[in-house]
Design a protein. Structure first.
Length: 467
């Protein structure tokens, strides 16, 4: 008899068959507190089988320093460093060099110059580190875009519809643009500016030399601050573009008859609000920060303008990590993305997340048979928790020998590999899988809600444009 539980993905029958997936475009190669899910406007109804939207049936792990980890550029990751909120502090690193711009340099000014130069140098190192993490995302998204374009050309040649691919390309464009403009490029330009400012500030300590004094003024002034100011304009323009798209998604969801009185409409609205807050604060902060950084080269009161810029930078970077950005695997290219289908997936992710957070024993509500390895693994795959679970299993000395040959450095982990383990280990695998669902499930499902809400808004917008 079929379960009536609204969040139960699986039905009676062969769970192994439900795990099968079509090929995805890109093969798979600090803990946050998730926002509270919305209460449903109406009771969601789960699809009769697990979907293959962003649900890879296998993951690739590599051995790094004795531990199994995902390879670089294997998926889009929310890897923004929390310290990136301090980028704007580099603009203030030259405070002493510009305020006490006199010869001979006072002793107390030398102390402040040394501190400011060190601060700017540390910020430049952090920016470089974050840029490398961002570059992994850029590489992943560029490869995905190339594959999507190839698939689109193939479909055009064979006379097949391309609406599904157009949706994915549109979403990829915004993801790639945001990663390049609001993160990677910002890291590069701000990091370079911070490095130049640090050099100029250190040189100001030796300001008794007229030539050193002049070079210091240039480096810690206009040359160091110009890249940050120029890039602030580009970042603000992109933030405005994303703000407009989010507004359109919210309005279309509110007007859609298919989403009337549905939780999906509320979730798209929530997503749009979070994006609006981030893009608004980011755009204003970037513009004001750019202007203030140029003023500081000659006027001390420019640093007063930087105080709210620094505070807002810390806020919007935290907001981006906690409310906007997400982890996302490759999408299945065989699915036809419709408003109803994506809305049901979005509502299901929200309902499942609430079930996991709602009580001490959520597995009995989520799974028809929580003691069945097939049922548990099917849930892991359908909700994109397989990677986190496999990493957890490979950390256990009692299981790693059964799951991986210790001589290999790359491992493809999938459902069959788990099924093929000795039966006496199944109970241990189930226990660890359930623990992973409880600990990693809420964050993963919050991410899932974010990209599905973005996907639903894109489907609505492109459908409206095609009319």
């Amino acid at each position: 008899m079929k379960s009536s539980n609204p969040v139960e993905r699986h039905r009676s029958g062969d769970d192994r068959a439900a795990i099968e997936r079509s090929p995805t475009l890109v093969p798979s190669q600090g803990t946050e507190t998730p926002e509270k899910p919305l209460e449903p406007a109406t009771k969601s109804v789960a699809p009769t089988a697990p979907s293959s939207i962003y649900a890879p049936a296998k993951v690739v792990l590599v051995k790094h320093r004795g531990r199994w980890v995902p390879p670089k550029a294997s998926r889009l990751r929310n890897s923004l460093l929390s310290t990136m909120g301090l980028l704007e502090l580099a603009n203030a690193g030259d405070f002493a060099a510009n305020v006490w711009n006199e010869i001979p340099v006072p002793i107390y000014a030398i102390v402040f110059m040394a501190l400011g130069g060190t601060l700017a140098l540390v910020v430049s190192v952090l920016a470089y580190r974050d840029a490398m993490l961002s570059w992994d995302n850029v590489c992943y998204l560029r490869q995905e875009r190339r594959n999507l374009k190839t698939e689109r050309e193939r479909r055009i040649t064979s006379g097949q519809p391309t609406q599904h691919i157009d949706v994915l390309l549109d979403m990829n464009f915004r993801e790639l643009g945001s990663e390049v403009t609001n993160r990677f490029g910002l890291d590069i330009f701000s990091g370079f500016g911070a490095f130049v400012i640090s050099i100029g500030t250190y040189m100001a300590i030796g300001g008794a030399s007229r030539r050193v004094w002049f070079a210091s003024n240039l480096l810690s002034g206009y040359i160091g601050n110009a890249p940050i100011a120029l890039y602030g304009v580009a970042s603000s323009l992109w933030s405005g573009f994303i703000f407009i798209k989010a507004t359109r998604h919210r309005n279309l969801a509110a007007q859609s008859p298919q989403l009337r009185d549905r939780t999906a409409k509320l979730l798209v609205g929530q997503r749009s609000r979070n994006v609006h807050i981030y893009t608004s604060v980011s755009a204003v902060s970037s513009l004001v920060g750019g202007v203030a950084s140029m003023i500081t080269a000659t006027r001390w009161w420019g640093y007063v303008m930087l105080i709210p810029v620094i505070l807002s930078s810390m806020f919007y970077n935290s907001w981006l990590r906690r409310k906007v950005a997400y982890d996302r695997p490759a999408v299945d290219i065989s699915m036809d993305l419709t408003v109803e289908f994506v809305a049901r997936e979005l509502e299901l992710a929200d309902a499942t997340c609430r079930e996991i957070q709602g009580g001490p024993s959520p597995m009995r509500k989520l799974l028809p048979n929580p003691e069945s390895l097939e049922s548990v693994v099917s849930f892991l795959v359908a909700n994109d928790i397989l990677e986190a679970c496999c990493i957890r299993l490979l950390q256990d000395e009692g299981l790693v020998a059964s799951l991986a040959d210790q001589s290999v450095t790359e491992l493809e982990a999938n459902a069959e590999r788990l099924f093929d383990t000795p039966k006496e280990l199944h109970s241990m695998i189930i226990e660890m899988a359930q623990e992973t669902i409880k600990t990693q499930g809420p964050k993963t499902l919050i991410y899932r809600q974010r990209y599905l809400a973005e996907l639903l808004g894109t489907v609505l917008r492109l459908s409206d444009e095609d009319r």
